[in-house]
Design a protein around this ligand. Structure first.
Ligand SMILES: [Zn+2]
Length: 206
């Protein structure tokens, strides 16, 4: 048995936008590629809508199996169907987009001695818990919390929050949690410190 594989072990990498989560996640799997471990990565389809194998555009090619974010149970189904491969370390990228059912799936995988490495945004653009992420952080045996640098003008404080900008203006609290591409608006995200994070509300906070 390889020493990098820890049965029933959960690692969670989280932080705001541009905190380097993907790089960290990819580096973990890059290192694992040199071990004898059988690894597999899942990611949510979100706007892709075409489940299947996708290749990540980074310095190395990591294949990820894209599944419907509303059906995280497909992770179990895929593993059952490919039992012969005996995967040991399972990666789940952008876990915040998955349905809350992902928590149950993760519990199940841990009970079955899979070693999981999960990456995602802990907080949404509303600075509120994002999908299953807080539940996963709470279950983790090991966490890596990443921060970014505030991108507001000349500020260079440490950023822990994600600012959504729509046509360069801060998005309203009532803006949908996940924006569907092609809505005609220009949506972008910036890491921001608490001083420069802005969330306009139609109704003042109680
Ligand atoms: Zn700032």
């Amino acid at each position: 048995m390889s020493s990098v594989y820890k049965p029933g072990y959960l690692e969670v990498i989280f932080g705001c936008m541009k905190s380097g989560k993907s790089e960290q996640f990819i580096n973990r799997f890059k290192k694992l590629a040199h071990s004898k471990c059988k690894t597999l990565i899942f990611k949510p389809a979100v706007n892709v809508r075409e489940p299947g194998i996708a290749t990540r555009a980074h310095d190395i090619t990591l294949n990820a199996f894209v599944i419907d974010e509303n059906r995280p149970e497909d992770i179990i189904r895929y593993l059952m169907e490919n039992k012969g491969t005996q995967f040991q370390i399972i990666g789940i990228d952008e876990a915040q987009f998955f349905d809350i059912k992902l928590v149950e799936i993760v519990d199940n995988l841990l009970r079955n001695d899979y070693h999981l490495i999960i990456s995602g945004l802990l907080l949404s653009f509303k600075a509120e818990p994002f999908g299953p992420m807080p539940y996963l952080v709470g279950r983790a045996h090991e966490i890596t919390k990443l921060t970014a640098i505030c991108e507001y003008k000349d500020c260079s404080r440490i950023a822990t929050l994600t600012q959504r900008l729509i046509n360069n203006e801060p998005a309203n609290y009532d803006s949908p949690l996940v924006l569907i591409e092609g809505s005609g608006q220009t949506e972008r995200y910036e890491p921001r410190c608490i001083h420069h994070y802005i969330l306009p509300r139609n109704h003042p906070k109680e």
